[in-house]
Design a protein around this ligand. Structure first.
Ligand SMILES: NC(=O)C1=CN([C@@H]2O[C@H](COP(=O)(O)OP(=O)(O)OC[C@H]3O[C@@H](n4cnc5c(N)ncnc54)[C@H](OP(=O)(O)O)[C@@H]3O)[C@@H](O)[C@H]2O)C=CC1
Ligand SMILES: O=C1O[C@H](COP(=O)(O)O)[C@@H](O)[C@H](O)[C@H]1O
Length: 458
């Protein structure tokens, strides 16, 4: 670790992301690496004193049992400024408070973040400034391209961190290790042997008071356009020579550039649905449309499924389905790789033969390889068995890793500008078809596994 950043400015310090994810991530990082020293400055719309802000930081640090000299040093010195960060003078004042190399974390609504990027063009700042932007990055191809162009006026690409916290998860490294450090997986990691891939992220959480953001985004933009496409890119990429930022991000970008909606047909290759009232683990949820702040006329989906194809030698013909939804009965977070059937099963073996399935479970990370064996009974009869392994909790905690990348000026685990645009390009036909109501909006009771008419995946 070589920390490059001396001052972390969090814009949107009074918001949900800061308290719930960023500060705990920072607390974990400073606990694990107590030699770090950092000036932390929060700026937000709420009128807090330094002491009130310190309490916010202390509470978030407490939530993750953060401790040690680096934590104490931040708590002792952190400051808060009530500011409109889109305003030239206030922005200049905030940057003036920073010592050494600053990083700005935009924990702001996307439109406000874009406005700050514009204002920054009129402000003096150190040339080594690092900018960290949250998702969603733009709302379509033109707006993402425009934001990239605006950022390029400020700092070089490798000083821009487009945060995707799924890339900070152990899962990504477990996929890299599994694929590239073992001789047995990579030779079969292609369309000769793999029939289909499903990436599923079903949540039991409902809206959790986030209508202001979620009702405009929906499940497709919230989860698939960003996180699941990134996971897919890691799963499908060619072996990189190194895990350096250029090699890793080039390899992912090549996958994304080759990815399209399967058959170019969003009607056949996408499904959407919205939850109605129901119960999850004894918790009563209202219908999505009755949640506070939801505009039913938007027809926002809370469950999205999209099937893609990757037009490369390795993946041609393999359907890859990405699915994510809220208020589902079972929390299911897994990557399912279904292999093609064996080429020939020797005559004489009886019983049902099923394809080999590799399941990679996300947080906690684990895997299971489901195979047919000649079990303990009749030696001629095939039985199903599962080889299971847990990867353990892993050292990587998503926002801790995101922040480590920012503070150390290492963009390997952030999304490069071209890849952020590709995400929108890939899904544009689906977004357009859904807007035009060409794909029906189904419904499912909260607590169920999704609409009854949908065939299960994975
Ligand atoms: N919350 C989450 O779980 C996640 C959020 N994100 C992303 O993080 C970003 C922030 O989300 P979230 O924290 O939920 O949003 P919130 O609405 O909770 O917080 C936004 C913050 O920005 C502040 N703010 C808005 N305008 C200004 C301004 N002009 N000057 C200074 N401060 C301003 C608000 O202050 P005030 O309200 O006082 O105006 C508030 O503190 C979004 O891009 C979101 O998509 C990404 C992943 C998860
Ligand atoms: O970015 C987001 O991710 C979370 C799911 O990630 P997790 O790490 O909290 O499991 C999702 O609930 C949220 O809607 C989305 O904005």
């Amino acid at each position: 670790m070589t920390q490059r950043v001396d001052t972390l400015l969090i814009f949107g310090a009074s918001g949900d992301l800061t308290a719930r994810l960023l500060l705990p991530g920072l607390g974990q990082l400073l606990t694990a690496q107590p030699e770090r020293r950092l000036q932390l400055i929060g700026a937000g719309g709420v009128s807090w004193t330094d002491e009130q802000w310190r309490e916010v930081v202390r509470t978030s640090f407490g939530d993750c049992d953060a401790e040690g000299p680096a934590v104490e040093a931040v708590l002792a010195s952190t400051r808060y400024v009530e500011a409109d960060v889109t305003d030239h003078d206030q922005l200049e004042k905030l940057l003036g408070m920073a010592t050494g190399t600053p990083a700005i974390y935009f924990a702001l609504p996307p439109a406000v973040a874009a406005a700050v990027v514009t204002t920054l063009q009129t402000v003096d700042f150190p040339s080594d400034l690092i900018l960290a932007l949250e998702k969603p990055f733009g709302m379509d191809v033109p707006s993402a391209e425009k934001l990239n162009a605006e950022l390029a006026k400020l700092v070089p690409e490798n000083q821009v961190h487009r945060v995707d916290h799924f890339l900070g998860r152990s899962t990504v490294f477990n996929i890299l290790g599994l694929r590239f450090a073992n001789r047995i997986f990579e030779p079969v990691w292609n369309s000769d042997h793999i029939a289909s891939i499903d990436i599923v992220y079903d949540e039991q959480l409902g809206l959790e008071g986030r209508a202001g953001y979620y009702d405009k985004a929906g499940a497709l933009v919230d989860m698939i356009q960003s996180h699941l496409l990134q996971v897919m890119a890691v799963l499908a990429m060619e072996p990189p020579s190194t895990l350096g930022a250029d090699d890793l991000r080039d390899a992912k970008e090549i996958v994304l550039r080759a990815t399209n909606i399967r058959g170019g047909d969003p009607l056949a290759s996408s499904r959407r649905a919205r939850y109605t009232a129901g119960t999850i683990d004894g918790r009563q949820l209202p219908s999505y449309v009755d949640e506070k702040g939801v505009d039913p006329a938007r027809e926002t989906e809370t469950l999205a499924e999209v099937t893609l194809e990757i037009a490369t030698w390795r993946w041609s013909g393999v359907p890859i389905t990405l699915r994510s939804g809220k208020a589902l009965g079972e929390r299911r977070r897994e990557i399912v790789i279904t292999f093609k059937p064996a080429r020939h099963i020797p005559t004489g073996l009886i019983g049902v033969s099923s394809p080999t399935v590799l399941r990679l479970f996300v947080a906690p990370d684990a895997m299971s390889l489901e195979i047919d064996i000649n079990g303990p009974g009749d030696p001629y009869e095939l039985e199903r068995a599962s080889l299971d392994a847990t990867f353990g909790d892993g050292q990587l905690l998503a926002y801790r890793e995101v922040l480590a990348g920012i503070l150390d000026g290492d963009p390997s685990l952030s999304v490069r500008g071209d890849s952020a645009v590709e995400g929108w390009r890939i899904l544009a036909p689906v977004i357009e078809a859904w807007r035009a109501d060409r794909v029906p909006l189904d419904d499912y009771p909260a607590g169920s596994s999704g609409p009854e008419s949908w065939t299960p995946i994975g």
